[in-house]
Design a protein around this ligand. Structure first.
Ligand code: C2E
Ligand code: MG
Ligand code: MG
Length: 552
């Protein structure tokens, strides 16, 4: 057992002697449950993952079960979350051994391996104190329409007393709360929350209903006449909510305005929450007003997330190959291909990657999808070798989103070994970014494993030139937007020419992406660009079409 886990168990033992504790080590398949003082007996048998059992055994209130399942799946998927997340908790209503239903808090400390994967956790389960239950009730009011409670009732009464008005849902939280807790200690964090609550008590009158929703998120509901009025009010409270003792902090505000009486309190609050998150991400905006498209994005992302696993199981993801050509103005010959994913749904509609890849990169599913793509590519190359066709190298895309968490080089090396593919036929593309150290480390490992490494989308990012100096890429893929932009004028054409000759001098092969016309193809050929890829030659096509193109 890892030392940090052992320490955590000892700490928890000392701190809470009345709670139920459990431990799971997925790597060694060890599950321990301790001090069986709360948990229903039927749950606690030898070597079971308590958290998993809880998600299925019916003790947890049906209104809360989704929260628990969500927490468990985040732990199991392991790579999905921010690598810095080291604990995760939920509060749920649960039937205990004595048959009583109680509000309990389940908290898990996570243990990650060097690749960032969650390999173990130590969990605690304790009955909430009365004051904590009151807060929970308010949180519930916002998280469950069927369970209207204190705050909801207050909003309803408020609106009924003031019909025909416009209402603003103002949600806010502390931008750097995690940092504050880490730097000044969680006691200071708690004091800041207390300070915010007290300030709101003073500054909000009967026409400004307020509550703490959860953690550091607060909400105010009020009526208003003009947008400026809302901004003035926020600015007024913001003047107070910026410093506690000598600790500075910053709030991010989201506002959703609703016309007239509206009983969808949860949705109205959620929309303010979306706007709040937008403020948090922005470098300039402190206050964001919710606009419909924000919700639309979430709906689309939600629909995509719902369908992803089924789609993978049903074989809706397909490998398309876009040929890469060597070109000398007279002849064009296929010398390779890039594998690009296409999602063809049950209705036969082809979804472009731009629609779903950003969603998958956020929720972690991209790794599953990429593994699937890589395996398909291996099997394609294997089938070419087995059927006596001359194989060409195929490059795959590797997303940056899991680079820190997974040893992709080792994974791919094993995969290529499994299919017994000469390594030069399986090539790897990775986009450049400003995080050059991370890229350098990754690139080194790929090179040590023996892969041909391509810098994708060169010219679209930050430190392209810098990175070329230090990172062992073999191929530079010029971004199509960079190329388009450069080819608009003489200066740009000069830049492209220099990039090609510089890359050649550094011993790098150059591939130009997005070649759409004969003129561009000829220009690139004259400047010494080795390989061209683009709609002028061919779009990405299914395997059978690619094979026909290759034979001609
Ligand atoms: P990318 O890796 O830079 O791929 C090249 C993109 O340029 C492809 O778009 C390709 O269809 C498009 N393209 C190529 N030639 C032309 C042209 O002449 N004109 C125009 N207008 N477009 C051209 P696609 O397939 O939509 O993929 C977009 C991006 O999505 C890819 O950019 C890549 O970053 C990502 N992607 C695609 N498939 C995968 C995958 O399996 N895994 C991962 N992680 N990312 C993928
Ligand atoms: Mg690519
Ligand atoms: Mg590209």
């Amino acid at each position: 057992m890892d030392d940090t886990i052992k320490k955590k168990i000892i700490q928890i033992r000392k701190k809470h002697c009345d709670m139920f504790r459990f431990f799971a080590d997925f790597e060694d398949d060890v599950y321990i449950a301790e001090d069986n003082v709360i948990m229903p007996e039927h749950l606690v048998h030898d070597n079971c993952d308590i958290l998993k059992e809880l998600t299925t055994d019916g003790c947890v209130d049906e209104n809360d079960i989704d929260k628990l399942i969500n927490m468990y799946s985040r732990i199991i998927q392991g790579t999905k979350e921010d690598i810095n997340m080291n604990e995760i908790s939920v509060n749920v209503n649960m039937t205990l051994r004595d048959g009583n239903s109680k509000e309990v808090s389940i908290l898990c400390y996570l243990d990650r391996n060097d690749d960032g994967l969650i390999v173990a956790y130590v969990g605690t389960l304790r009955i909430l104190r009365k004051s904590e239950c009151e807060i929970m009730e308010i949180v519930r009011a916002f998280s469950n329409d069927k369970n209207p409670s204190i705050f909801i009732n207050r909003i309803a009464a408020f609106q009924n007393a003031n019909p025909d008005r416009k209402y603003a849902y103002i949600q806010f939280d502390i931008c750097n709360f995690k940092y504050i807790n880490e730097k000044y200690g969680s006691e200071s964090g708690d004091c800041i929350l207390q300070y915010i609550a007290e300030t709101l008590n003073i500054m909000c009158d009967d026409n400004h209903l307020h509550c703490r929703l959860t953690a550091d998120i607060f909400q105010i509901v009020t009526y208003y006449n003009t947008k400026e009025e809302i901004e003035d009010f926020i600015n007024m409270i913001d003047k107070k909510l910026c410093m506690w003792k000598n600790i500075p902090f910053t709030m991010a505000y989201g506002v959703n305005v609703v016309d007239g009486i509206n009983d969808n309190y949860r949705k109205s609050g959620d929309a303010a929450g979306l706007a709040r998150v937008k403020s948090k991400k922005s470098v300039i905006a402190r206050i964001t007003f919710y606009e419909e498209p924000l919700m639309e994005n979430v709906k689309t992302a939600g629909a995509i997330e719902e369908a992803e696993y089924e789609a993978l199981k049903n074989g809706e993801f397909h490998v398309f190959l876009q040929p890469k050509y060597s070109y000398d103005k007279k002849h064009a010959e296929i010398v390779g291909a890039e594998a690009l994913v296409r999602w063809i749904d049950k209705g036969g509609r082809i979804k472009p990657p731009s629609e779903f890849i950003p969603v998958f990169e956020k929720n972690g599913f991209i790794f599953k999808l990429d593994c699937y793509m890589w395996e398909c590519v291996c099997s394609i190359i294997r089938s070419w070798i087995d059927s006596g066709k001359q194989p060409v190298p195929v490059s795959v895309n590797v997303s940056r989103s899991y680079l820190k968490k997974v040893d992709v080089a080792a994974y791919l090396k094993e995969l290529v070994g499994k299919y017994q593919i000469p390594i030069e036929y399986f090539q790897v593309e990775i986009t450049e970014t400003c995080e050059s150290e991370e890229t350098l480390e990754y690139a080194k490992r790929m090179k040590e494993a023996g892969f041909v490494l391509m810098m994708d989308d060169f010219g679209s990012g930050y430190s392209s030139l810098n990175m070329l100096k230090d990172t062992p890429f073999d191929v530079l893929k010029m971004d199509r937007f960079f190329l388009d932009e450069c080819l608009e004028n003489d200066n740009g054409r000069t830049i492209v020419s220099y990039v090609i000759s510089m890359a050649n001098d550094l011993g790098l092969e150059v591939v130009a992406e997005g070649v759409e016309t004969r003129d561009v193809a000829d220009f690139l050929c004259e400047r010494g660009c080795d390989v061209l890829q683009g709609f002028y030659f061919s779009k990405p096509v299914p395997l059978d079409v690619f094979e026909k193109l290759k034979e001609n």
